[in-house]
Design a protein around this ligand. Structure first.
Ligand SMILES: *[C@@H]1O[C@H](CO)[C@@H](O)[C@H](O)[C@H]1NC(C)=O
Ligand SMILES: *[C@@H]1O[C@H](CO)[C@@H](O)[C@H](O)[C@H]1NC(C)=O
Length: 152
């Protein structure tokens, strides 16, 4: 009996992993993320639909391994292997992003930022590469996440 219950559970888990949205870590170095939310993103699908001419909000729960005084948001769209920078209205993650700098070791943070999806963007499937970097032209990734997406 237990065996069947476990088997069923594993099947569900596998189906969820295969079908659901996956946020891949692309090189978090001095931190790690625990969960991600994106407005209007259906996580049962394999990618997030980003509608043009809207502002998409991403929120990311993370923690850091050491104290960090300045944090910068860096966002790229990866389209067939090429990284195209996305313009953010505010790339200083210490300002208006729900986190207070300096970041302290092992504290839980909830970062949130707005990504304008402009009308002029092409309708493409892409991977959004969202990085929080150590500011001060250091550039070390605090967290880096790949978000499978599609601009529509
Ligand atoms: C997105 O947000 C910016 C800043 O608040 C605003 O100026 C702009 O009109 C918004 N764009 C859309 C499509 O809602
Ligand atoms: C960049 O920041 C990380 C994390 O705080 C630190 O470990 C590293 O030494 C810094 N590198 C430079 C070149 O300042």
């Amino acid at each position: 009996m237990n065996y069947f219950i476990s088997f069923g559970f594993i099947c569900l888990l596998v189906i969820k992993l295969v079908i659901g949205l996956q946020f891949e870590d692309c090189g978090s170095t001095v931190g790690k993320f625990t969960s991600i939310e994106i407005t209007d993103c259906d996580t049962s699908k394999s990618s997030c639909v980003l509608h043009r001419n809207t502002n998409v909000t991403i929120s990311l729960d993370f923690q850091v391994d050491e104290e960090i005084s300045e944090v910068k948001s860096v966002v790229h769209g990866v389209i067939v292997g090429m990284e195209v920078p996305f313009k953010l209205p505010n790339n200083n993650a210490c300002v208006d992003s729900g986190i207070e700098c300096p970041l302290k070791k092992d504290q839980q943070y909830k970062y949130s930022a707005t990504l304008p999806v402009l009308k002029m963007y092409p309708k493409v499937k892409l991977t959004v590469k969202w990085e929080l970097q150590v500011g001060n032209s250091n550039g070390t990734d605090i967290v880096c996440v790949y978000i499978p997406a599609e601009i529509k």
